[in-house]
Design a protein around this ligand. Structure first.
Ligand SMILES: Nc1ncnc2c1ncn2[C@@H]1O[C@H](COP(=O)(O)OP(=O)(O)OP(=O)(O)O)[C@@H](O)[C@H]1O
Length: 742
């Protein structure tokens, strides 16, 4: 990263434009004054026509709070020490004067540390007039031929302007001349030598925006804001030298167009730049006297010089100012020399000085806060309240920031290293200020009269004079013209006849007279021709007037049509907006319903598959249970069959034994059958009686042994069991033991 890039303050994106109207950023210019004789170290370097670089002086060589040793700041334009007052005026104030004459407002203020050259920039010094005298000079240079007579325009004390008739104005002039009403300094009065050098300038700047069919009038006022109180510097006071009256503070009011103004503030009508500057100087002197009296410095108050320009169209004849208050356009240019920005601690200020510094800082801080909030509102689309009312200076200029004209600021810097810290703060604020946008003022409405009225009227008057001359009009006016005419004719030769035979003198005289007669005739013809030309020109002009009127009407109707269409567009846009919102709502609904549908479908699928699984499981269980029951039934049937077979077998066995017994008893010599073993059948024991542990497991009931040879130590049940097993092995039906009953 190179040195230049390192310290560069990052540029922010351009702010948002005003909705529906064009806007311009606050124009911030930087002027670097030359280093003072006693100043040793310089901390500022102009590195391009729009950038300056601040170098930290010796004591600040370490990086504090992450700041770089060099910091760069960019502005609309940076003027180095060699810039002349003329060039500065041309860049900074001339466009504002152009605007003023075109009926638009402007605000120009100088801002900077004490001693940085604010007053030098605004007021100037002898031989080097500042922006203020140069602006006055340009204004009067442009409007002088079109100025209204004194008191034709009259302020109404409510920030409005009234128009008086020529007669009323004349009466007022006479009244002021005879009654002891304080007079404004006349332009013919000799200029104060102190200021003569400041107002004289070779640069005859003029604006092209002057409307020749309007009449102009300039009013100036000059106020000072000290300790957040407004004082009128042009107020006429009958000062008592012994016991001077304390100056009266003025309040701020809002007019019917919501513009702020200083109530009861003196507005002086001026007819020339010299006169206006004289008024300004009177205010300056008053300021100086107040400063001496109150023991304060001029740099501790803000001074506001307001140039108000009233303009009204001439009537249809192009003769007088139109007597219609609504046709008066009032524009104003405020030239503000702000109090020096400084830290309280720096000058070791005490008591009143601390309060002063506090108030200055407070008002400058409010200015900063207002600018910050404005910028935030514009860049982020927020609508935070801008605290204009917190300070008189911001409250007075509220309209400018709300879109009442161009705002320009000249930041003055002293390259002296001692001012480094304060200059840093000033630079930051100034750079931020240029990010604020101010709505461009609207164009003045066009008046319905034909242009060129003033010239036509003047030409008509001249012609009338000439006609009067020819017809022997008023002597005092036409004598001069008549003399000129006679002088322009060739001189008559001498008519003295000394000799009766002189035939030269008379014919020469006759010839000269004939010559004069011819010239006269030519002049008369020329006049007649011009007269007829004039008539035809007037006819053409009248025709053109009619055409212009028609065009004006067309423009008016066009404007109305545009307005109507704009309204329609707005309505349609509103409808589109509503429809878009409705569509969006429907789409949202549709989307949520589709989502709901999908969720339900998924749930249904899940439930179906669950059901199928359940069915399969139930099917399996049914089959299992069926199998089990079939098996059980089979088992039970088999068991029943076995029981029955066993019973049959037992019966058979019994029968067989009985048969054998019967047969043996019939057959002699046959050995006795083995003694029949008696057994204690478990059945003999009652069913409810549990056998005791000593008795051991319940004994099987004895039954007759099928194999008597082994029956000596076997129980009947053992015998049965073995027989049963044998039968089982041989595949015969067996009877479960439990089913055996004897
Ligand atoms: N660009 C410049 N060229 C020459 N001299 C200058 C320039 N700027 C300022 N000065 C001189 O510097 C001195 C201080 O300037 P000035 O009074 O204008 O400062 P300031 O900012 O108005 O101070 P304060 O805040 O005290 O009113 C004056 O003597 C002035 O002539």
């Amino acid at each position: 990263m190179n040195r230049q890039q390192k310290g560069r303050t990052p540029r922010r994106p351009p702010p948002k434009k005003f909705p529906g109207s064009q806007s311009d950023p606050v124009g911030v210019y930087c002027r670097v004054r030359p280093l003072g004789q006693d100043d040793k170290e310089c901390c500022i370097e102009v590195i391009s026509s729009s950038t300056i670089q601040l170098h930290a002086p010796e004591g600040f060589k370490t990086n504090r709070n992450g700041e770089y040793k060099e910091t760069q700041y960019s502005f609309k334009k940076v003027f180095g020490v060699s810039i002349s007052q003329t060039d500065l005026f041309e860049h900074v104030a001339k466009p504002l004067v152009d605007d003023l004459i075109s009926g638009k407002n402007g605000l120009l203020f100088t801002y900077g540390v004490t001693g940085s050259g604010k007053t030098f920039t605004m007021t100037g010094s002898p031989g080097e007039g500042g922006l203020l005298p140069r602006s006055l000079y340009m204004i009067f240079n442009s409007i002088s031929p079109y100025q209204a007579k004194r008191y034709v325009f009259k302020t109404d004390d409510k920030n409005g302007m009234e128009v008086q008739s020529e007669v009323e104005a004349l009466l007022e002039r006479q009244r002021r001349d005879h009654v002891s009403i304080p007079k404004t300094p006349s332009s013919r009065q000799k200029l104060d030598p102190e200021i003569a050098d400041m107002i004289k300038t070779e640069d005859a700047y003029q604006t092209e925006g002057v409307d020749e069919d309007s009449s102009y009038c300039v009013f100036v006022s000059y106020v000072e804001i000290y300790n957040n109180y407004i004082y009128d510097l042009l107020e006429e006071t009958q000062d008592d030298v012994i016991k001077p009256k304390a100056p009266q503070s003025r309040s701020l009011r809002e007019d019917q167009n919501h513009n702020m103004y200083v109530a009861g503030c003196m507005e002086v009508e001026v007819k020339s730049a010299e006169e206006a500057f004289q008024v300004f100087w009177r205010g300056q002197k008053k300021r100086k006297v107040a400063n001496t009296r109150l023991n304060r410095e001029s740099s501790r108050s803000h001074s506001v010089f307001i140039i108000k320009l009233a303009q009204a169209p001439l009537d249809a004849e192009g003769d007088n100012v139109l007597q219609d208050k609504n046709q008066v356009t009032v524009s104003q240019l405020c030239l503000v020399d702000l109090a020096g920005s400084e830290r309280t601690g720096r000058t070791g200020a005490e008591g009143t000085r601390v309060r002063e510094a506090g108030n200055i800082n407070q008002s400058l801080l409010t200015l900063r806060t207002c600018i910050e909030i404005l910028r935030e509102n514009q860049m982020c689309g927020t609508s935070k309240m801008v605290p204009y009312r917190d300070s008189k200076i911001t409250h007075l200029f509220k309209n400018y920031f709300d879109g009442e004209g161009k705002v320009r600021m000249v930041v003055c810097v002293n390259p002296n290293a001692d001012d480094y810290e304060e200059t840093l703060l000033v630079m930051r604020f100034a750079e931020m200020t240029q990010e604020v946008e101010v709505a461009r003022p609207v164009e003045r409405p066009i008046c319905g009269f034909t242009p060129g009225r003033r010239h036509r009227n003047q030409a008509f008057k001249e012609e009338l004079t000439r006609k009067l001359v020819e017809r022997g009009g008023p002597i005092d006016t036409d004598f001069h013209v008549l003399t000129n005419l006679v002088q322009s004719l060739p001189p008559l030769p001498s008519s003295e006849v000394t000799d009766p035979h002189d035939d030269i003198t008379l014919p020469r005289l006759i010839e000269a007279l004939e010559n004069r007669q011819r010239i006269r005739q030519t002049i008369v013809d020329e006049y007649n021709r011009k007269d007829s030309n004039m008539v035809s020109t007037e006819n053409i002009l009248q025709e053109q007037n009619v055409k212009l009127l028609e065009k004006d009407q067309l423009i008016q109707s066009g404007k109305m049509e545009i307005e109507r269409l704009e309204k329609k567009i707005k309505t349609q846009e509103y409808k589109i907006d509503v429809l878009q919102k409705t569509t969006k709502n429907y789409e949202d609904d549709k989307r949520s319903m589709q989502q709901e549908l999908e969720t339900r479908e998924q749930r249904l699928h899940r439930e179906l598959s669950e059901k199928r699984r359940m069915e399969q499981r139930m099917q399996g269980m049914v089959t299992d249970t069926q199998h089990k029951w079939e098996k059980e039934c089979d088992r039970r049937v088999n068991a029943m069959q076995l029981t029955m077979q066993n019973k049959l077998w037992v019966k058979d066995e019994k029968l067989k034994q009985l048969k054998a017994i019967v047969t043996e008893s019939k057959t002699p010599g046959r050995p006795d059958p083995p003694p029949r073993q008696t057994h204690t059948a478990p059945q003999s024991q009652p069913r409810w009686q549990r056998p005791s542990r000593e008795e051991g497991p319940p004994k099987r009931s004895a039954s007759p042994s099928p194999l008597p040879t082994e029956s000596c130590n076997k129980t009947v049940s053992d015998v049965y069991f073995e027989a049963y097993m044998e039968r089982f092995k041989s595949g015969q039906n067996v009877m479960p033991h439990s089913e055996i009953s004897l």
